[in-house]
Design a protein. Sequence first.
Length: 265
Amino acid sequence: MCHVGRACVNLDGKVAIVTGGSRGIGRAICIGLAAQGAKVVVAARTVVDESAGSTFERYASGTIDDTAQRIEGQGGTALPVACDITNVADVQSLVVKTLDHYRRIDVVVTNAGIDCESPVPDLDVDLLDRCLAVNVRGPLLLCKFALVPMIASGNGGSIFCITSGSARAYRPGRVVYSATKAALERAFFSLAEEVRPHNIAVNVLEPGRVDTWMNRNGDWPGTAHIPMVQPDEIASSAVWLAGQTAATLTGQRVARAEFGTTWGP
């Protein structure tokens, strides 16, 4: 899965949780981690594919079982777990099921996210709350519960989230989405310092414009000139981040497009 000429990270024996793992970037990360030896817990709400016949079927299709089957079909190991990242009991259960099945957690990838496109005066309050819950509260809940066994193990580890260029730039109708991604980045930079003594890396990955349902389904003024990459192109940078600890790389916002030049192997 690593690009030719780039050092691959050996994740044999590591256990990784990836949220939003049923499709798009999350699915690509799951498959990439498994290809390098990780046992992957594929977490998402999607257990039934309801995309058939939709305009965006190619981008919106997939379930946690689909991703797990792809991994196992390539000789990897995966555990699909249904999880609504906004539900505290679901997140706790995700961590418990991971520990029951694999006895450890080494890598956490908080990829699940939703868009919230609306001018602020027209913003639906339920959409505001949902966007904050999925994009900010959910990742922090997962870190809260996953860090307990990660710290107790004394083995170090890696946590990283998926951010967006919107965290640093204005786009019409995306004030709330931008705010959630900026908040997530700030939270992860602070978390990196909090868990540095435990040798746990915490980083932020900016994937660029990726050919996913969110980008296909949205109308983003001023972005048409930016080429979209396929989700598979995220895998190498994600795999490398998964292999880091606080001793090697932490507290950084890194761009997939610069992997292998300004950061990485």
